[in-house]
Design a protein around this ligand. Structure first.
Ligand code: COA
Length: 300
């Protein structure tokens, strides 16, 4: 806490030295309230007013001031993390991960700068989401609670796909939501292996246990594509483990982002893609709460 206080004093000092009245005209607490007021569809979404504030701060005082301001927003959220957690149900394992994330985010605040604390940076949006506790760290994935499975997954020209998806939702989930939505967590890259994923699925089970209204978990990515088990066998487990225990995957087709993500690190996948032997596709994976909980109970 002392580190956060020191940090706040130095950030406030730096901002006030450059722009004496900024923090009284645009108080950080008000900025956070504006963010909290939007019914968030995604961790990267901004409220119209905060977007306007960002444009004004950047235009009038420069991007460096906006980044210092955003650091102060993160720091303020972390200072108030306990009251923000009130009424939320986190298992101890997740509480521990929140503490770890806050420690890393705090350390980074003192040395990361220049184009890191703006909305165009996914890591900033994710850090903001973690500090606002709309993203829950589960290890290799972050989980957001969504009211229902997005409609876009049902809208497709492949009628069979839509029928199978609706059938799965009715039989296994019982309703369209609420659900946990997985997002990749780059900071936990070292856990991108079978043990790391298994730990993530087990923490999700603990989270589901404490949140009985949540119907299950879903994620959409190139790594849930069954073809990945052929082209990169060491990633097969990401889909196989849930699928062997009741989860289903649904083909969402090709898109630029998935192709880029699938190919970015792997020369082998790039080679197969160039040879026409691999076309990355996005797949939706859904694991219903009862199936996930049954698997987790047997694992423990
Ligand atoms: C998902 C991701 C983190 C996995 O990274 P990774 O563990 O390094 O795995 P990759 O297959 O991408 O690895 C790259 C290369 O390192 C090698 N490698 C890395 N770790 C290895 C290991 N433990 N054992 C063997 N080879 C390994 C692989 O051989 C691979 O090269 P190759 O496929 O040409 O043989 C990475 O692909 C990534 O950052 N992608 C972009 C982000 C993304 O996909 N986001 C999805 C959002 S839905």
């Amino acid at each position: 806490m002392a580190v956060l206080d020191d940090l706040a004093a130095s950030l406030e000092g730096a901002i006030t030295a450059r722009t004496p009245d900024l923090l009284s005209r645009k108080p950080v607490d008000r900025y956070i309230r504006l963010l909290d007021e939007i019914p968030t569809a995604s961790y990267a979404e901004q409220a119209p007013e905060t977007q306007q504030w960002c444009e004004e701060i950047s235009r009038e005082h420069g991007q460096a001031t906006l980044e210092s301001y955003h650091k102060l927003v993160l720091r303020t959220l972390m200072t108030g993390s306990e009251s923000r957690a009130m009424g939320k149900c986190y298992p101890d394992s997740i509480r521990g991960l929140f503490a770890k994330e806050f420690q890393i985010i705090t350390e980074e605040l003192s040395y990361k700068s220049q184009n890191c604390y703006v909305y165009s940076q996914d890591q900033f949006c994710k850090d903001l989401g973690i500090c606002r506790q709309i993203l829950i760290p589960c290890g290799v994935q972050l989980a957001a609670t969504v009211k229902r499975l997005p409609l876009r997954y049902f809208i497709t020209t492949r009628v069979r796909h839509s029928v199978l998806l609706v059938d799965f939702v009715c039989r296994k989930l019982g309703s369209f939501g609420p659900l946990f939505n997985y997002y990749n967590h780059r900071r936990a890259f070292l856990e991108f292996n079978p043990d790391g994923w298994k730990a993530c699925y087990l923490r999700t089970a603990e989270l589901l246990q404490l949140n009985p209204s949540v119907r299950g978990v879903f994620g959409s990515s190139w790594w849930f594509d069954p073809k990945v088990a052929e082209v990169s066998p060491r990633f097969g487990f990401i889909r196989e483990l849930p699928e062997e225990h009741g989860a289903r995957v649904f083909n969402l087709g090709e898109d630029e982002e998935s192709t880029q993500n699938a190919l970015i690190n792997s020369l082998e996948r790039q080679r197969l893609h160039s040879a026409g032997a691999y076309k990355p596709k996005r797949y939706l994976m859904i694991w219903a709460r009862n199936d996930l909980l049954h698997w987790a109970a047997r694992e423990r």
